[in-house]
Design a protein around this ligand. Structure first.
Ligand code: FPP
Length: 243
């Protein structure tokens, strides 16, 4: 994460959410281990965070570990969480310097203790930052998010008539964050895989064959150019859009 100061560009999404897919295939294609792929993936994270900060994107959410990912081999899971700890250790100074606030979407109580502690430390150190909200979806699932929001509302004895789209939003792990304007998925898969299901109702989607470790600033800029070319109508007609 390097220095840069620029105003936000015209037509820039406020919130970009990314399904970072293809680390394994990237590694296999190069005769490397899956761990090497994840390591290269964490370098891509740094590049994209830097580029978003540079452009003036205010919210970036990265799908780093889904609830379904617990089904992977234990050694791979262990490697991913160790990588997260190294990433946080290496990047925290830059986050502090660059006014980046770290948050987590998901249930972190089930995470290995060292990664939980590293996350809590980084979140508290960056809690007052505001230029870029960097959100890691960890032990995340969109359906689980909706379930936990419903449980919170039920536990508070919420009356049926008081349950609205807003009260549900306010109880999701993403509470207080705008819905994603743009959802990107790398590596050629065209699906959402339980990511931000409620929040992506009106998101624009961008799918690319590029594997996550190869997704750099130029690829992000290409996604943003596509985003700018889209006509977002939110269910209205083209004529009504501006009114
Ligand atoms: C998907 O690739 C990627 C993941 C399940 C993990 C995402 C993790 C990183 C990008 C690295 C670490 C992140 C941070 C925030 C430090 P895959 O393994 O499913 O690839 P494949 O489908 O080609 O096997």
């Amino acid at each position: 994460m390097t220095q840069h100061k620029q105003g936000p560009e015209e037509g820039l999404p406020q919130h970009i959410a990314i399904i970072m897919d293809g680390n394994g295939r990237w590694a296999t294609a190069r005769g490397l281990s899956r761990s090497e792929g994840h390591k290269a993936g964490s370098r891509a994270v740094r590049t994209i965070v830097t580029r978003c900060r540079e452009l003036g994107v205010t919210h970036l959410t990265l799908y780093a570990f889904s609830q379904e990912n617990w089904g992977r081999p234990k050694t791979e899971i262990g490697f991913l969480f160790d990588l997260l700890v190294s990433f946080l250790r290496d990047e925290l100074p830059a986050m502090e310097r660059e006014n980046i606030r770290l948050s987590v979407f998901g249930d972190i109580s089930a995470l290995p203790l060292t990664s939980r502690k590293a996350l809590e430390h980084a979140m508290s150190r960056t809690a007052n930052n505001s230029a870029l909200h960097l959100n890691l979806a960890l032990n995340y699932s969109g359906r689980a998010d909706i379930v936990q929001a419903c449980r919170k509302l039920a536990a508070a004895d919420t009356k049926p008539e008081d349950i609205t789209e807003q009260t549900i939003s306010d109880n999701l792990w993403t509470a207080g964050h705008p819905d994603p304007d743009l959802v990107i998925r790398t590596s050629g898969e065209i699906r959402l895989s339980n990511f931000l299901l409620y929040q992506s109702a009106y998101s624009e989607f961008y799918f690319t064959d590029i594997q996550w470790p190869d997704f750099g600033s130029e690829e992000l800029d290409a996604a943003l150019a596509t985003f700018r070319s889209r006509s977002r109508r939110f269910g209205r007609t083209e004529e009504q859009k501006g009114s």
